[in-house]
Design a protein around this ligand. Structure first.
Ligand SMILES: *Cc1c(COP(=O)(O)O)cnc(C)c1O
Length: 403
């Protein structure tokens, strides 16, 4: 088939659950991406906080191709060296003592929620199965994780949701205290709500959740699928809080663009996932784990983590200047290289227009709902790439909002 592929083919052959931009990217290097016409874009979206080392990083390409020439897949009937190495490093670097690998964030959360219920069931019986989650949270698109996620639009219309799930307002400790009981198996929380606009949890909230879950023998689950792997200037965001969970989930940045997910937990909790209780055909495959190891080699260094914070401040200063010039934004929230740029109420609903205008000017950004422009660039974006992207973004914003 030698026919040129076009964006029109999307409508012809793809399920219409996405609405991709009009151009088709074909190649990337660092924080720059080229489309079929050879136009270039600065990537501030990072593939939704995934490509933490940009595109085609030589070390990741080398790790993947080297492993590709050795061994791709055997299933979990066998273990493999890249998986053992990556698990050992995650154990060494975190509160965790055991790791389960999956292929995505949603699957890592699915494993976390199943483990929490299993532990509760084994220790206290079937009545202890309730899950407390936050309004506005996002935990994935499997049916269990959309049910636990706090955005009803994602679970509506798919039939009855699993029982025993409650949603409470984010950052509201009293709401959790009022809801938690001897029937609670888990409280799941994002340390920074990503899909709802980069809203960080307060320290008191996270400390309070730790105490409440301990008192009620419930699992505290941190969903670090988006916040982890250096995004906030620490390997995992929970390090900022000095509070360890019982279960933590990682994905996105962990593979730098190669699909991988991980659930981290203690030895005591892990033993409830005994042989046969849970599994995945591809989870922990050598390719994904080899890339994960290469990602950690680079991200988990003082230079890169410190670089996240300095880059973040530089980018925030310029975004604030653009925000003022345009008069369109009420607030810029950021934690490391992770930005939520809130439109003023009079411009509500127009974040999608910003994304489209940015694409026209040659810069890729993301949304967090209709009123917030989200950005999550590479953790090692160069100064020149960043400044070029910001100049383009300024043009885009001023083309819509004249200040
Ligand atoms: C992206 C995301 C997920 C889902 O990850 P997938 O890899 O898309 O399944 C879960 N939780 C959070 C916080 C996320 O940002």
């Amino acid at each position: 088939m030698n026919v040129a592929l076009t964006r029109a083919d999307f409508e012809r052959v793809m399920v219409p659950n996405y609405a991709p931009q009009q151009f088709i990217p074909v190649r990337g290097a660092g924080s720059r991406v080229w489309d079929q016409e050879g136009r270039d874009y600065i990537d501030f979206g990072g593939g939704i906080a995934v490509t933490c080392l940009g595109h085609a990083h030589p070390a990741l390409v080398a790790a993947l191709t080297e492993q590709a020439g050795k061994l791709w897949h055997l299933s979990n009937v066998y273990t493999n060296e890249p998986a053992l190495k990556l698990a050992a490093r995650l154990v060494e670097k975190t509160f965790a003592e055991r790791v389960f690998f999956a292929n995505s964030g949603g699957e890592a959360n699915e494993a976390a929620l199943k483990l929490a219920r299993r532990v509760a069931h084994d220790r206290f019986g079937p009545e202890k199965h309730e899950i407390i989650a936050c309004e506005g949270s996002f935990h994935g698109r499997t049916f269990f994780t959309v049910s636990v996620g706090g955005q009803p639009k994602y679970s509506a219309g798919f039939g009855p949701v699993p029982e025993g799930i409650t949603h409470v307002p984010y950052n509201d400790l009293k709401a959790v205290a009022a809801r938690i009981s001897h029937k609670t198996s888990a409280v799941i929380v994002e340390l920074v709500i990503g899909e709802s606009g980069i809203v960080p949890a307060s320290h008191e909230y996270i400390q309070g959740l730790r105490e409440l879950t301990r008192t009620h023998n419930a699992a505290l689950i941190f969903d670090e699928v988006q916040s982890g792997i250096g995004r906030t200037g620490r390997l995992f965001c929970y390090e900022h809080y000095g509070v360890a969970p019982d279960i933590l989930t990682s994905a996105k940045g962990l593979g730098g663009g190669f699909p991988i997910g991980a659930m981290l937990t203690t030895a005591e909790w892990a033993q409830h996932f005994s042989v046969g209780t849970h599994g995945s055909t591809y989870g922990g495959n050598p390719l994904g784990c080899a890339v994960g190891n290469a990602v950690l080699d680079i991200v988990d260094t003082p230079e890169v983590l410190a670089g996240v914070l300095s880059r973040a401040d530089a980018m925030a200063a310029k975004l604030n200047a653009i925000g003022e010039k345009s008069g369109a934004f009420s607030e810029l929230r950021y934690r490391g290289l992770w930005f939520g740029w809130q439109l003023k109420p009079e411009f509500a609903g127009r974040a999608g227009e910003v994304l489209a205008a940015a694409a026209r000017e040659g810069v890729m950004v993301l949304l967090a709902g209709p009123d917030i422009v989200r950005m999550a660039p590479s953790l090692i974006i160069t100064h020149d790439e960043m400044m070029e992207g910001l100049v383009r973004l300024e043009r885009a914003v001023l083309s819509l909002f004249k200040g």
